[in-house]
Design a protein around this ligand. Structure first.
Ligand SMILES: [Zn+2]
Length: 450
């Protein structure tokens, strides 16, 4: 099952996305034409008056390396999905490279210049370029999807866990042990706080259990500050021993745990700051924006028995009716995270109507450097100004070679040359084809598609 196909009418009004089989029919009968390759969109050859569209929900799970985006119908069918791979590390590396080159140059040429560093000021709400890129690319895609699909509302995962739920003293002792929503919020919090490892022995990548630092039988409370994570072995070995007895021989471990337990967790900085910025941008689109937490996402995913993937996480963001069994959790969470969260739009189940999703990788547009140098800085060649005969480097084109050894048709990215030929790399071999034989399929837009 692949993604549903976007459909717009002649006026470019977004209509309901259609099943791939129906899209094939529309194309074969000549009623529609391909409007855009990525995301795959058809344009009808007629105008539809008063189209009967059902609004879709756009769900986003923003992550540090991948962002999952899906479109869900009111019945909970996931009809379109994508995973956007970010290039934060690439941007960071490029800036560090530039910094190193600049420092080298200034050491050579302006050695006696007075140091300047206190005359710079960051604007309020400034984000590092690598983080800002994450927000901006996600914004781009939401805007893009709005053009091709009738989006009625947006749901975004805003925070990893809801501190209000966790700190709520009304939560009784058993709730975090069983599979309730509270439990998932607490678990996410504890995983983050204790670095996803056993607090006692430091083992990683094993199932961790929630552990009372001061055992309940010795008067320990259920407050989150009295909980930590332990592997099964350590948990068993500790049993209901007092923490001071258990760690008698290891005073440094004891001190660390007691200190860490008391310290409240600072918000996981990078992810949360970008998420809030993204949230404010999404709100400016004029659509109702609802939010969810990471704990809730995980809870939904396990309730619906779905595998772990970035786009599936996106489908599980927000309130789903499986949460209804725990009304207290649902209500207090929604009020604390966002004032706008309502009961409307609750999804009964999540059904995946697609499995082959669009995988998008942010690649950037490349440099603007025209002069290519060797490693010593001597100019080697000069890149001509693009476009050449209408083609830019990185455009996806279809080549129709009519005759000769390489006769046939293929689709690839082109690097046009000023002598009128386009260069391709196909199966790691260079091929050169006259630009006259090429038809543009998708212009370079800073993303790689799979
Ligand atoms: Zn352990």
């Amino acid at each position: 099952m692949s993604n549903y196909v976007f459909l717009i009418d002649q006026n470019k009004t977004p209509l309901n996305p259609v099943h791939p089989a129906q899209a094939r029919k529309l194309l074969d009968s000549g009623k529609a034409a391909v409007f855009r390759r990525y995301p795959f969109t058809l344009i009808l050859k007629r105008i539809i008056e008063n189209p009967n569209v059902y609004p879709l929900t756009l769900k986003i799970d923003p992550g540090s390396k991948f962002t999952g985006i899906v479109l869900v119908t009111n019945q909970g069918n996931v009809i379109w999905g994508m995973e956007l791979q970010h290039r934060g590390q690439q941007i960071k590396d490029a800036l560090e490279h530039r910094r190193a080159v600049r420092r080298g140059r200034r050491n050579r040429n302006t050695r006696y210049r007075k140091a300047r560093f206190l005359n710079r000021k960051l604007n309020h709400g400034w984000l590092a370029p690598s983080l800002r890129h994450r927000v901006l690319t996600t914004e781009t895609w939401v805007k893009r999807l709005q053009k091709f699909a009738p989006i009625g509302s947006i749901v975004q995962e805003l925070v990893k866990f809801d501190t209000q739920v966790i700190q709520n003293p009304e939560i009784s002792g058993t709730e975090y042990q069983q599979g309730t929503l509270h439990g998932y919020e607490c678990r996410e919090y504890l995983l983050e706080k204790w670095n996803r490892q056993c607090a006692y022995c430091g083992v990683k990548d094993v199932p961790l259990e929630i552990e009372h630092i001061q055992p309940k039988s010795k008067g320990g409370s259920d407050r989150i500050s009295n909980l930590c994570l332990a592997c099964h072995k350590c948990n068993q070995r500790k049993g209901n021993k007092d923490i001071k007895d258990f760690l008698k021989g290891k005073p440094e471990v004891l001190n660390r745990i007691l200190k860490q337990a008391k310290a409240p967790l600072k918000d996981a900085a990078s992810v949360n700051s970008t998420r809030w910025v993204l949230f404010n941008i999404l709100k400016s689109f004029g659509l109702p924006v609802r939010t969810g937490t990471g704990g809730q996402t995980k809870f939904n995913r396990i309730q619906f028995d779905l595998p772990k993937a970035h786009w599936i996480d996106a489908a599980c963001v927000g309130q789903c009716s499986a949460v209804d069994g725990f009304p207290v959790a649902g209500n207090c969470r929604s009020r604390s995270v966002s004032e706008g969260l309502t009961r409307k739009g609750v999804v009964e189940t999540i059904k995946l109507a697609t499995t082959k999703i669009l995988r998008v990788k942010a690649t950037g547009f490349g440099g603007r450097q025209r002069c290519q140098t060797d490693k010593f800085g001597y100019p080697q060649k000069h890149r001509p100004l693009r476009p050449i005969l209408g083609f830019c480097t990185g455009d996806i084109v279809r080549a129709d070679v009519l005759k000769g050894k390489y006769a046939g048709t293929f689709t690839a990215r082109v690097c046009p040359m000023s002598h009128g030929y386009g260069e391709f790399v196909i199966d790691k071999k260079r091929r050169s084809i006259k630009l006259d034989y090429l038809t543009p399929v998708h212009r370079k837009d800073g993303y790689d598609y799979a």
